[in-house]
Ligand binder design. Structure first.
Ligand SMILES: [Zn+2]
Ligand SMILES: [Zn+2]
Length: 371
């Protein structure tokens, strides 16, 4: 076995950690590493056991004091008990933590099917247009669901489960250790209290089989990027027909170069010319419903905005839609036709504005180019 890690490091806490902070850190880790969330993941299981051992020592003031003084080596034999070999023991030892963490389904409950299936996650991507209307989206998931051949019982078709002889259906067995009576998960039935004498051949008695499914998810209109939909009971099945976990679908909204989103409001920018701004006109702006007309009043200023009410995105779970805010960017032409230049000069002259005279400017550039 590799060298033991420092208990404080295992739990990611400082050496000055107080009891409640310690408990919080362990709860967080336990939730993350819980075997039901990481089926068949040996590394998570090992870390779960390691964290539980660390918590067992550090949550006991006396053991913690010894550990602080001697480390792993000192009190062994006299003290720490050497950790957990069985995950069920962990649930029994810390039932106060797992009780409220997992709804009381773990550790100590003898009834079969009290467990809950693991949650699973998936992701869908939507365009802004889909956000505007709401959209049915297909989500492919791979999950363990109740075996159809045995209806999740794990017993071969035509047979049924029988009470476990070793624990007499309690799911727990009691050992004497010194003066202590220690109750642990029954190894014969893994705490389920019953066994399949003839396991179902389709699922090897587990009651669960891996299925691939395509689910239709109705993404509500107005949904935000980064939000998550919860589909209760669409996660993994629980052994023995317990409550299935949840499916969490993470929503990604694809960027749309035309718009910037601010909640239910959309911002867009269009270019307008000086004559359009000065004289007023009607121009086109993009919207999610196609192009829309934007009316510019005479004398529109650079950077002005026009608000099109109700042309934004629908509010999530509320009536109505946000606005489309059109930002007007005044664009100065980089080249002019002779006719445009002449009229612009006439315009400047009419207003008494001084501008660079034509012949002289061309002359300078002309000479420079020749040199
Ligand atoms: Zn089966
Ligand atoms: Zn048993």
């Amino acid at each position: 076995m590799s060298e033991k890690q420092d208990y404080y490091q295992v739990l990611g806490v400082s050496r000055q950690v107080d009891a409640s902070e310690l408990k919080r850190a362990y709860r967080k880790l336990a939730l993350e590493l819980h075997p039901d969330r990481n089926p068949d993941d040996r590394e998570s299981e090992a870390r779960f056991k390691e964290a539980s051992e660390a918590y067992q020592v550090l949550s006991d003031p006396e053991k913690r004091a010894l550990y602080d003084r001697y480390g792993h080596e000192g009190p062994r034999g006299g003290g720490f008990g050497g950790g957990f070999s069985n995950v069920g023991d962990i649930f029994s030892a810390f039932s106060d933590i797992f009780g409220d963490l997992f709804g009381g389904g773990f550790g100590g409950s003898p009834s079969r099917g009290a467990g809950r299936g693991a949650d699973i996650e998936s992701q869908v991507q939507l365009t802004l247009a889909e956000v505007a209307t709401g959209a049915p989206k297909e989500v492919k998931v791979q999950r363990r669901a109740a075996c159809q051949d045995c209806e999740g019982s794990g017993a071969a078709p035509g047979t049924s489960r029988e009470a476990c002889a070793q624990c007499r259906g309690r799911g727990q067995v009691v050992h004497a250790q010194g003066f202590l009576m220690i109750s642990t998960t029954c190894p014969a039935c893994r705490g389920e209290g019953s066994v399949a004498r003839r396991p179902c051949p389709s699922c090897s008695g587990s009651g669960l089989r891996v299925v691939e499914e395509t689910l239709q998810v109705n993404v509500p209109q107005g949904v935000e990027d980064g939000s998550t939909l919860r589909l209760a009971g669409r996660g993994e099945g629980a052994p023995g027909g317990g409550r299935a976990g949840n499916l969490y679908v993470h929503i990604r909204v694809a960027d749309d170069a035309r718009f910037e989103r601010d909640g239910a409001d959309l911002h867009t920018e269009i270019a307008i010319s000086f004559p359009q701004a000065a004289l007023g006109t009607t121009v086109k702006a993009p919207s999610l419903d196609g192009e829309v007309d934007v009316t510019l009043a005479p004398g529109t200023q650079p950077g002005a905005t026009v608000v099109l009410r109700g042309k934004g995105l629908p509010h999530l779970q509320e009536r109505g839609r946000g606005d489309l805010i059109v930002h007007l960017r005044l664009v100065v032409p980089v080249s002019l036709s002779r006719e445009q230049e002449e009229s612009l000069r006439a315009f400047a002259a009419a207003g008494g504005e001084k501008v660079e005279p034509p012949s002289e400017r061309r002359g300078i550039f002309g000479r420079r180019r020749k040199n």
